[in-house]
Design a protein. Structure first.
Length: 245
């Protein structure tokens, strides 16, 4: 894990699920983790626990839909640790519903967090990495980046966008900056808690009977980071073994 120890990793959506699991595992392996999310009470508890266990963690309130907050978040990483090695764009929401339900506010929220949030992470982190001459973006997408299912059209559209953005970024940044897209299948998280539509909630309840722990995705994140600088792991898809789709 020598390629993880000492690295500065900024994590959005760090208050629960994949973000929290990644923060814990990365801190355990000696990374400096910079935690961002809207629920600062959870961030405070997480940072306290990681530091008490001998890790290195700082946190800041973050709404990824606002570029100024993302820029301040990255400024925190650089001011405290001197650089930014990894930008983990993990924040996401998934209020599924049939299109005919016309939940436009929920569509816009998914666009704001799932797409605009990733773009803001790039906008804030890329100039730092270009100045350094090195860095890595890890964008959390979904198997929804490769397929579409009923009630998930808008969510899948946002994850298709993350896939396109990740590939475009990879082609444009050139040497020194790595780009990784990780696409989890059904993973234990709070994402489904935001579903307000009754039909979609029931579908997702059945769909999530088979799921994998967030720690499994965290292990994939560590794997991508720990590769030597000349190795860029571009895409990882992770599904439950028992999942047929």
């Amino acid at each position: 894990m020598s390629n993880v120890k000492g690295k500065v990793v900024a994590i959005t959506g760090a208050s629960s699920g994949i973000g929290e699991a990644a923060a814990r595992l990365l801190a355990h392996h000696g990374a400096h983790v910079v935690l961002g999310a809207r629920r600062t009470d959870r961030l405070e508890k997480l940072a306290f626990a990681l530091n008490r266990e001998g890790g290195s963690a700082v946190y800041q309130s973050l709404n990824v839909a606002h570029l100024d907050q993302m820029e301040s978040f990255i400024d925190l990483a650089v001011s405290r640790f001197g650089r930014l090695d990894v930008m983990l764009n993990n924040a996401g929401v998934m209020p599924l519903s049939p299109l005919e339900a016309l939940k436009v506010d929920e569509w816009n929220r998914m666009i704001d967090v799932n797409i605009r949030g990733v773009l803001h992470g790039i906008a804030a982190g890329l100039p730092v990495m270009q100045k350094q001459g090195f860095g890595q973006f890890i964008n959390i997408a979904s198997i929804g980046a490769y397929e579409v299912s009923p009630t998930a059209a808008v969510y899948c559209a946002t994850k298709h966008a993350v896939r396109a953005i990740s590939e475009g970024l990879r082609q444009e940044v050139g040497s020194g900056i790595r780009v990784t897209q990780i696409s989890p299948g059904v993973t234990e998280s709070e994402l489904a808690d935001s579903i307000s539509d009754d039909t979609a909630r029931q579908v997702m309840k059945e769909y999530r009977r088979i799921s994998i722990p967030a720690t499994s995705i965290a292990q994939a994140i560590v794997y991508a980071i720990e590769q030597p600088p000349e190795v860029d792991v571009n895409e990882i898809i992770i599904r439950p073994t028992a999942s047929g789709s």
